[in-house]
Write a protein that binds this ligand. Structure first.
Ligand SMILES: [Zn+2]
Length: 266
């Protein structure tokens, strides 16, 4: 029997961080992530770059190098209050500006204020966005069933509590169930609450583990899609990977790699 229960390099654990609004405190946060080899996704409002406490346009590319730059709408409105065309402008304008600054295609987003509707989801998907993060926490470690309403494990205020059961599995290398640990927040909250030691301690606790994949939001989305899009023979004796991403899975009790673009015969 084949099971989709492994992430990149056959690992069963993945951690991702997700930060909104692009404030200047991101500079300190990125430094901490880099120190511990942790990857983050930064959801930016392109219409506010260089304004007040927001980071400058000309530092977007270098500051977030190695992490992911993602949309958060151009001007942070309640998207459910806007005419359809304005929702699309908010997303497309954000994408265009961020893509010009970063030099890559921006396909992710988080909802401003965590607010959305079925109509908003439909409009945003039309604008080329493939995943979108909500605010409500699950305190769980499951992969999302719908990437357009991706629920985080927790806000960073609860990250040390949420790290305990996750790290217990990591320490035991207990791979029965693949676990996704997803933390979200705003970097300026560490200034407001004077608690930078919280994120420093968290990163120290969860960072640097060989059996954890440290990934951006879009890397997880792309990996899961590559896995779901494998071509599998009816008797599971042939697996073809049409994607550009190597995929791992388990077959009976073996961990098997299905290389990008290749066909594996059993
Ligand atoms: Zn926001």
């Amino acid at each position: 029997m084949i099971k989709f229960n492994r992430f990149k390099d056959g690992k069963a654990f993945v951690l991702t961080m997700s930060y909104d609004d692009g404030r200047t405190a991101d500079r300190r946060l990125v430094e901490i992530f880099n120190k511990y080899g942790i990857k983050g996704t930064f959801h930016l409002n392109s219409g506010f770059l260089g304004v007040n406490d927001h980071i400058n346009a000309d530092e977007v590319k270098s500051l977030y190098e190695g992490h992911e730059v993602s949309c958060h709408s151009a001007h942070h409105p309640f998207l459910t209050q806007l005419p359809d065309i304005s929702v699309m402008h908010e997303v497309l304008e954000d994408r265009k500006t961020l893509e010009k600054l970063c030099g890559y295609v921006v396909r992710g987003m988080s909802y401003p204020y965590g607010v959305y509707s079925d109509k908003v989801i439909e409009l945003i998907k039309t604008c080329g966005i493939v995943y979108n993060r909500k605010v409500a926490s699950t305190m769980g470690y499951q992969l999302p069933t719908n990437f357009m309403t991706w629920e985080p494990t927790c806000h960073h205020n609860a990250c040390l509590d949420a790290a305990k059961p996750f790290m217990a599995k990591v320490d035991a290398d207990a791979k029965a169930q693949p676990l996704l640990f997803y933390v979200c927040g705003h970097s300026y909250e560490f200034n407001d609450n004077d608690n930078w030691e919280l994120i420093e301690e968290f990163c120290k606790t969860v960072g640097g583990r060989d059996n954890v994949w440290y990934a951006t939001n879009i890397e997880i989305y792309d990996y899961v899609m590559a896995q779901r899009n494998l071509h599998i023979a009816a008797d599971e004796s042939i697996i073809h990977n049409p994607s550009r991403i190597d995929v791992w899975l388990t077959r009976e009790s073996d961990v098997v790699k299905i290389p990008a673009g290749e066909t594996v015969y059993f």
